[in-house]
Write a protein that binds this ligand. Sequence first.
Ligand SMILES: Nc1ncnc2c1ncn2[C@@H]1O[C@H](COP(=O)(O)OP(=O)(O)O)[C@@H](O)[C@H]1O
Ligand SMILES: [Mg+2]
Length: 264
Amino acid sequence: MLDIQNISKTFEPGTVNEKKALRGLSLHLDRGDFVSVIGSNGAGKSTLFNAIAGVWTTDEGRILIDGEDVTFKPEPYRSKFIGRIFQDPMKGSSPSLTIEENLAIAYSTSRAGLLGRAITGRERKVFRETLAELDMGLEDRLRTPMGTLSGGQRQAVTLLMATIVTPKILLLDEHTAALDPLTAEKVISITKKIVEERNITTLMITHNMASSLELGNRTILMDDGNIAIDLKGEERENTDVERLLGLYREIKGQNFDNDRMLLS
Ligand SMILES: Nc1ncnc2c1ncn2[C@@H]1O[C@H](COP(=O)(O)OP(=O)(O)O)[C@@H](O)[C@H]1O
Ligand SMILES: [Mg+2]
């Protein structure tokens, strides 16, 4: 489903601020793979997502999605089949529009244009059913403005928006990091449900090392613009946080340095 071949990206090349953010990274994901991505600040995790989403073109390498070479396709083209959610719950939706209007916009991207026409009864039924699955009581609040929801509710609706038309790839960039622990747990379990039921190929950046070994079927640790550790199958099942840190030490000859990750 996703085939990344040897991609590199250097920011501000040839200046004192030059930063090699991706260094010949390759990654192959099968349909339905659910990958947890971890790594210290600045390791290149968000940059990898930007490369997949097409925010800019990589300096080297190729990116194929579902067999299509998208290396030189712009972000708006890729966004038709890539869902992406960021850390900030305020980012993914329009606060002044209602819940149903936000969902309708997401629902209509792969259909005929939405703006200027009314939401149909059939669409409203789909929205109500989808919202009911969140178990947050939002199915009875279709006409509530998005801006009045809590961060967790908003992030949950954003997740529905990103998946209401099943994406080929779902990119979650610490999408629960700004939520309180209980709400974060709730949004994670909704994520798990949607991703597993619909077999969506997913990459999820998290700062929680323990949950990165539990959620999904693969764990990738990024370091200095590349993948340092890639765990799946039986090896992953036999890996706990301590072993993961040990692997890192073996490969890098130094301790993993992210306090935030170790504490959470
Ligand atoms: N648009 C940009 N311009 C310049 N430097 C950037 C840009 N995007 C990312 N970087 C740099 O690339 C490195 C990787 O960043 P990032 O992918 O955001 O790390 P993280 O793993 O924390 O998500 C960092 O050193 C960051 O400062
Ligand atoms: Mg980041």
